[in-house]
Design a protein around this ligand. Structure first.
Ligand code: UD1
Length: 367
């Protein structure tokens, strides 16, 4: 049985790691990892392969950055050749990036079955490139592996057949459980001179937040006003570029309660989120990780695909300066919040999503 896994961006490496580990237990499965090259900086890609102990990709398509059409189109063109050469039984695509969509589209056009990890997540905001990628990928996949019941229901609402939908749980949760013991021994707090529960973690990279200068300024202003917390801010390359263009970078460097850093590794991030008082983010994955680590999360967006975390009170949406400050203050004023969050049920499965997915893939190919 030949499985091809197509990935290219940082979160996809994390989502794939437990699946690769599970596949490696199966001698009859030959795994071909294809890296699209969407992320190419050492600290956005290779470092995660090393840390999560993933085998090197068989091939890197070296596509790199560009507009959506350019990036997606180039992956399609190169991947078509790879697919024709390797002829996999199933092509697995995780998440919702341009690499996900291009992988799915290249495969389905050549009649290779597609399996989508994180199927059915919906923000219902088609202005998000990831929402477009998710929807289109789901509708050309034959195996839809959903993280939660809510994701399953979203797929049914769109008329997708029950025969193709599987409630697997979330492979990011598998990854977290596998890596947490090591993450907690990490020296990230010492390295960044942070003290437990006295800081917030901030990440920003969504185009709607960082590519619009006024929006970015508005968010940064809110964070500058939350002075009673140290704000630890590992900066995504896209965001760094925009902060420098807008002249905000220098202002941040001068702001006492800010600690700027390069993107951090997976274990460091888990350790930093676990020990933070609060998380501020526009990332999808970090919302879930904050939830699993019982740290309240202010999501700097109008919508989220992980509505379960908001419904349970662990996560809240804030789209501008005023809301960010208000929501942060509410969380910070709630007594024993972490204890309350610890008691919440987890809708993302039992940490065995990867094993279930491999079982379904084997049955699918054998049938
Ligand atoms: C992509 C995904 C997003 C995911 C995120 C994780 C899409 C549409 N978006 O967003 O869903 O949450 O990855 O990080 O696929 N850059 C570098 N070095 C790198 C990678 C990117 O400098 O290694 C810079 C480039 O200037 C590039 C910009 O970041 O133009 C954006 O990169 P891109 O991969 O297009 O999107 P992300 O914002 O990273």
């Amino acid at each position: 049985m030949k499985l091809m896994l197509v990935l290219g961006a940082r979160p996809q490496i994390i989502k794939s790691a437990p699946l690769v580990r599970e596949i490696s237990k199966e001698s009859e499965i030959e795994l071909q990892i294809v890296h699209t090259g969407q992320h190419y900086d050492y600290e956005m890609s290779k470092v995660f392969f090393d840390e999560l102990e993933l085998p090197s990709p068989l091939i890197n398509l070296g596509v790199g950055s560009g507009s959506h059409a350019w990036q997606t189109g180039n992956i399609l063109i190169v991947l078509e050749r790879v697919l024709l050469k390797w002829k996999p039984d199933v092509v697995v695509v995780p998440g919702d990036t341009n690499s996900t969509l291009a992988g799915a589209l290249a495969a389905v056009k050549l009649h290779f079955p597609v399996a989508h990890l994180e199927a059915g997540a919906r923000s219902y905001d088609m202005r998000m490139p990831e929402e477009v990628n998710r929807r289109l990928t789901d509708h050309c996949s034959q195996l839809l592996f959903a993280s939660t019941e809510n994701c399953v229901n979203n797929l049914y609402k769109e008329g997708l057949s029950k025969d193709h939908v599987f409630l697997s749980g979330d492979t990011m949760y598998d990854a977290l459980l596998q890596h947490l013991p090591r993450a907690l021994k990490n020296d990230a707090l010492d390295k960044h001179a942070l003290e437990k529960e006295t800081y917030g973690v901030l990440t920003l990279h969504r185009p709607e937040n960082v590519d619009d200068r006024r929006k970015l300024e508005n968010i940064i202003r809110a964070m500058m006003k939350i002075e009673d917390l140290t704000i630890f801010f590992p900066v995504h390359p896209r965001t760094k570029k925009m902060l420098k263009v807008g002249g905000l970078w220098k202002a941040l460097m001068r702001t006492k309660h800010f600690k700027l850093a390069d993107p951090v590794r997976y274990h460091s991030m888990l350790c930093l989120v676990r020990n933070a008082k609060i998380v501020f983010t526009d990332s999808g994955g970090l919302q879930k990780e904050a939830f699993w680590l019982h740290t309240p999360c202010v999501t700097i967006r109008k919508t989220t695909e992980w509505v379960e975390t908001v419904q349970m009170g662990a996560n809240t949406l804030a789209k501008n300066e005023k809301m960010i400050i208000k929501k942060a203050r509410e969380f910070l004023a709630t007594r024993d919040l972490k204890e309350t969050l610890r008691k919440l049920p987890n809708p993302f499965g039992d940490g065995q999503a990867s094993a279930k997915i491999v079982g379904s893939l084997k049955r699918f190919v054998a049938s």
